[in-house]
Design a protein around this ligand. Structure first.
Ligand SMILES: Cc1cc2nc3c(=O)[nH]c(=O)nc-3n(C[C@H](O)[C@H](O)[C@H](O)COP(=O)(O)OP(=O)(O)OC[C@H]3O[C@@H](n4cnc5c(N)ncnc54)[C@H](O)[C@@H]3O)c2cc1C
Length: 495
């Protein structure tokens, strides 16, 4: 095919990738700078087809109501709640943003968010003691009020009958339940945000894969994209570039050659879920139930049984089962991992390979798992589960961040990492947890970091969109209560 190259098109901002992160950033930018020409470039032919697709993630509105890895027990025996409080506050900011857009008629929450109680569920004496202590540390906190604890099988059966149907034995069990959790379809939310942004002039171009990023003499960027439709090379110039390419962000960060991105590497972990659509089974469960991770398992592999509501239909999801593939995107290339290894990140990557033998062993075991083993893991949650009612589906691809840390060589990190150039003209988002739930806090952080001089002019609009963006809700119980109540009313959630 003959390749054609076109003259450059200038944009104030180019956002790479049409997932939840770019959709959220585009919405903010179009509000604080209505005159800007903003372009989103997406390599696939539709939005939210990678991690933000509802079947590629678990749709948990991560607020640490049920995720036990956010409340470790310290060496002194006490439960640390700092991380849980931080994650919860980040989710409240997302709720505020979605609630404000809903009040303005830009979003329809029934299409993307639903009330689903969040539960934790554990077995054994040590774990039930941990859960009771965790509940003790959290339930009076303004953001966790309403959390209930029980080690009574009748009560747990009342909360989640599917967990108890057919359960035998006398091993101690315990659960906590918070009624006001949420299930979020981040794909539907992405589409709604993009639709609203397009109405204000943001352009979204599909089937354009960004291949090169070049710094120009005047400090702006040249963004080169390949049309997947006709092979044309398209060229844009932009004053600001956001690499919101999910798993594809690392290669593009490397292509930008900013010194801040030089020592990063990535380790891909794929996943699978079991999905049940049988109406009789689905009807017996209304909760997101998180357990404890097994030894060596990375934190995002904590098993959970989720009620999902996607396009108005309820189903159940269990997993994730970890897997391994060298691809950085579900629709990526087998050479993604190899291509990301450079002289500058090889040392941190080797250190991580040496220090994480438990993880490697865990992944090997997971990849080798048979269908019987997968169903047996599910039966820890749903004792009556039968293989013919659950189908295996492929989940999204995560690229865990490997970064160089002075004195430690390389560390493997399970959270997200925002990397930006010193002049704020380019930013990239690496990693995936807690992910989509915290998109609003990530974007607020990005705006503060990349556009410090514009903050005074933007603050009124930002305050309108996220009123508590600079306030600690934990330190203001009354404000926390009002915020939770206000966003619950706007979004149709429980309080
Ligand atoms: C198994 C799993 C479970 C998860 N569970 C949850 C959960 O319960 N709750 C939660 O909040 N988060 C969860 N997450 C995390 C969440 O899904 C992600 O953090 C979030 O979707 C990332 O959004 P994104 O926009 O950065 O990336 P994506 O949604 O992956 O979008 C990136 C886009 O960039 C495009 N792209 C890539 N390279 C290029 C290129 N070169 N040129 C143009 N376009 C490009 C891709 O095609 C894609 O459309 C989970 C993730 C996984 C994998």
């Amino acid at each position: 095919m003959k390749r054609t190259s076109r003259p450059r098109t200038h944009r104030d901002a180019v956002l790479i990738g049409a997932g939840i992160m770019s959709a959220t950033l585009a919405t903010f930018l179009s509000r604080v700078e209505p005159g800007w020409r903003i372009e989103i470039l997406e390599r696939l032919d539709r939005p939210a087809a990678e991690s933000s697709n509802p079947w590629n993630n678990a749709g948990t509105g991560h607020s640490a109501l049920c995720e036990l890895n956010y409340t470790p027990r310290g060496d002194d025996g006490r439960i640390s709640i700092d991380k849980a409080v931080q994650v919860n506050e980040q989710f409240q900011r997302s709720r505020e943003f979605w609630a404000q857009l809903t009040r303005e008629g830009e979003l329809t929450p029934a299409g993307f968010i639903h009330p689903v109680p969040h539960m934790s569920f554990v077995h054994g004496e040590l774990n039930t003691a941990f859960l009771e202590d965790r509940w003790g540390a959290l339930h009076e906190h303004p953001l966790f009020q309403g959390m209930e604890y029980s080690d009574d099988r009748v009560q747990i059966n009342d909360w989640a009958p599917l967990l108890m149907d057919g359960r035998r034995g006398t091993v101690p069990l315990a659960a906590t339940r918070t009624p006001y959790g949420a299930d979020v379809d981040f794909g539907a939310l992405t589409r709604q945000l993009l639709h609203s942004a397009q109405c204000t002039g943001v352009t979204v171009s599909y089937a354009q894969e960004v291949t090169h990023l070049t710094r120009l003499d005047d400090g702006s960027w040249e963004v080169e994209a390949l049309s997947k439709i006709n092979g044309a090379h398209l060229r844009y110039t932009a004053d600001f570039v956001f690499i919101g390419a999910g798993g594809g962000a690392l290669p593009l960060l490397q292509a930008s050659h900013i010194p801040e991105g030089a020592y990063y590497g990535g380790f891909p972990i794929s996943g699978q879920f079991l999905r049940c659509t049988s109406p009789a089974v689905v009807a017996r469960h209304d909760a997101k139930v998180y357990g404890l991770a097994s030894v060596g398992a990375p934190p995002m592999s904590v098993p959970h049984l989720d009620t999902r509501i996607v396009e108005g239909t309820r189903s159940l999801l269990f997993g994730p089962y970890a897997g391994w593939s060298p691809r950085f995107l579900q629709h990526g290339s087998l050479f993604d991992l190899l291509g990301s290894i450079h002289p500058r990140n090889v040392r941190p990557m080797l250190t991580v390979a040496r220090d994480h033998r438990d993880l490697v062993r865990y992944l090997v075991e997971q990849v080798a798992q048979t269908e019987t083993a997968r169903i047996s893991a599910l039966q820890q949650f749903v004792p009556t589960a039968s293989a013919d009612e659950w189908e295996l589906i492929t989940a999204g691809q995560r690229v865990q961040v490997i970064k160089q840390v002075p004195g430690q060589g390389g560390v493997l990190q399970f959270g997200t990492e925002l990397v930006s150039s010193s002049d704020g003209s380019l930013a990239a988002l690496l990693g995936a947890s807690p992910g989509a739930s915290t998109a609003v806090s990530i974007v607020l952080d990005l705006l503060a970091r990349c556009f410090p001089d514009r903050q005074p002019g933007w603050s009124a609009e930002l305050d309108q969109l996220v009123p508590t963006r600079e306030v600690s809700l934990s330190d203001n119980p009354e404000l926390a209560h009002r915020t939770l109540q206000g966003t619950a009313e706007a979004l149709g959630l429980w309080i």
